[in-house]
Design a protein around this ligand. Structure first.
Ligand code: PEP
Ligand code: MN
Length: 336
């Protein structure tokens, strides 16, 4: 971090600022120019509030040289993180995974038929929402505890690890046997929730917020990691733009940028990103081509009658075809 002081700053005030900065455990280097004095900070500056310093009377400007996220930062962890989801299933660092299943858990029969089908097509993680973040309070809200029970039963029968979304930390005891906990887009900055998830020992799939930039996504990952839980999977699921032909706008450059900035695995969700089943295939291929570590795809046994997100859900047969195409592409890219 570099702090430029205003001209003619009295040396007493400058020294006061320096000793305050050093109280954060950083070292300071002062370079005194003819017109301006600059203080360079060396060490861990993550706890230093740049806005606070920038607002001081004697400060002209503050520039961060390194990013404010540390644990998620590739600089301090050059190798890709490989996250073990379950026995024999890992993601990241060359381990690509399909996460598939319906938007919402609706019944035991539905989950079993979808799970069996997506497993045959190569999915190694089963998704299904039990607590649904719906825009309207009158829409289907999920089966709650019963939904988790069905997921666990499907896991027992099929052997597929499961991922499901948490909306309230009070529900955490229900997630004890869930393999991956999802934090949905709407909760990406629910910091108290993130802090609690930082205290548990389970992979967390963190979805990008509807209107959040990548630095904010990484800072949210940092919230979880700072608590000790370093098993965070990032998920790009599209962001709000002025475009209306798609539900959101899939930001595929996020995959490249996140891989550069962070060692954490990056998953792409082309279902929520586009909102239309017919766009899932091209976007899934594009995501795999640009280096995503996995895909999260909504699959329903009967999309026209789905209780949530039917229009963007693939049938098991469509998923099978998409998974084949993606696998072919990944094989072609091998060794790249
Ligand atoms: C979901 O995956 O079920 C979901 C609600 O997605 P998002 O949080 O990305 O909207
Ligand atoms: Mn959905």
């Amino acid at each position: 971090m570099i702090i430029a002081l205003k001209r003619n700053t009295p040396s007493g005030e400058r020294e006061r600022l320096i000793s305050w900065l050093e109280s954060y455990g950083v070292r300071t280097h002062v370079s005194e120019g003819e017109y301006q004095t600059v203080i360079g900070l060396v060490g861990d500056t993550t706890r230093i509030d740049t806005d606070l310093i920038g607002g001081l009377e004697i400060v002209e400007s503050v520039t961060r040289i390194s990013e404010p996220f540390k644990k998620a930062n590739r600089k301090f962890h050059p190798d890709d993180t490989v996250i073990r989801i379950a026995e024999g299933t890992a993601i990241g660092g060359g381990h690509f995974q399909f996460i598939a299943g319906p938007c919402s858990v609706e019944s035991e029969e539905q989950m079993e038929s979808v799970a069996e089908a997506v497993k045959k097509s190569g999915a190694r993680v089963l998704r299904g929402g039990a607590f649904k973040p719906r825009t309207s309070p009158y829409d289907f809200q999920g089966l709650h505890e019963e939904g988790i029970r069905i997921l666990l039963e499907t896991k027992r029968r099929t052997g597929l690890p499961i991922i499901t979304e948490i909306m309230d930390i009070a529900h955490l005891p229900l997630f004890e046997q869930v393999d991956v906990i999802q934090v949905g887009a709407r909760n990406m900055q629910n910091f108290e929730l993130l802090k609690e998830l930082g205290r548990i020992d389970k992979p967390i799939l963190l979805k990008r917020g509807l209107a959040n930039n990548l630095k904010e996504l990484l800072m949210s990952a940092e919230y979880i990691m700072a608590g000790g839980n370093e098993r965070v999977i990032l998920c790009e699921r599209g962001i709000r733009t002025y475009e209306t032909y798609t539900r959101n706008t899939l930001d595929l450059s996020a995959v490249a940028v996140l891989h550069e900035l962070s060692h954490l695995p990056v998953v792409v969700d082309p279902s929520h990103a586009t909102g239309h089943a017919r766009y899932v295939r091209p976007m899934a291929l594009a995501a795999a081509a640009c280096g995503a570590d996995g895909l999260m795809i909504e699959v329903h046994n009967d999309p026209p009658h789905a209780l949530c997100d039917g229009p963007q859900s693939l049938t098991p047969a469509q998923f099978d075809e998409v998974a084949r195409a993606v696998k072919k592409l990944l094989e072609a890219m091998e060794g790249d």
